[in-house]
Design a protein around this ligand. Structure first.
Ligand code: SF4
Length: 159
């Protein structure tokens, strides 16, 4: 029987793909999905390399844009294309676990700032917004909500 598929932020799996060259491995996630086919996801590293300039979600003219922190470059379209490319290659998933607080992967935990980098509110990363449109939103968690909601989730994470 084919294994279930789990799309997981690559940094949660132990890949050193964060902007600062570090990882954010979460062993509970790795353990919970050990019987799944794991599909690592990181839209930033293939585009910008690691380490790389930090990016932020910036509210500009009523729209969320992804802007590099120092050089002030708008990389929204580049990231959108990379995320859509990933989804086309991986159209099916039984579970998705994304890294909180990230401008790409965060779910309601990502800082949204104004043009002067003042904090406005929390929101989603760019990949999360696109994932919610393309995959079943009931299977999308971050590394915290995954643990808190494990009994509510339609998927059996723990045996
Ligand atoms: S949070 Fe997402 S974009 Fe950032 S390093 Fe992890 S997988 Fe890559």
């Amino acid at each position: 029987m084919a294994k279930k598929k789990a799309i997981i932020s690559a940094c949660l799996l132990g890949e050193y793909c964060r902007y600062d060259g570090k990882t954010k491995q979460v062993n509970e996630v790795i353990e919970a999905f050990k019987d799944y086919e794991i599909i690592p996801f990181c839209p930033e590293a293939p585009l910008f390399g690691t380490p790389r300039e930090r990016i932020r979600v910036v509210l500009l003219d009523g729209e969320h844009r992804i802007i590099t922190d120092v050089t002030n470059k708008d990389v929204t379209e580049m990231l959108e294309k990379e995320i859509i490319r990933f989804i086309k290659k991986n159209p099916h998933a039984d579970a998705i676990v994304l890294k909180s607080k990230s401008p790409s992967c965060g779910i309601a935990t990502t800082s949204i700032v104004d043009a002067d980098k003042n904090f406005l509110r929390l929101g989603n990363g760019i990949a999360t917004n696109i994932f919610f449109q393309k995959y079943n939103e009931n299977i999308i968690f971050d590394e915290h909500s995954f643990k808190e909601n494990k009994n509510l989730c339609p998927i059996t994470y723990y045996k």
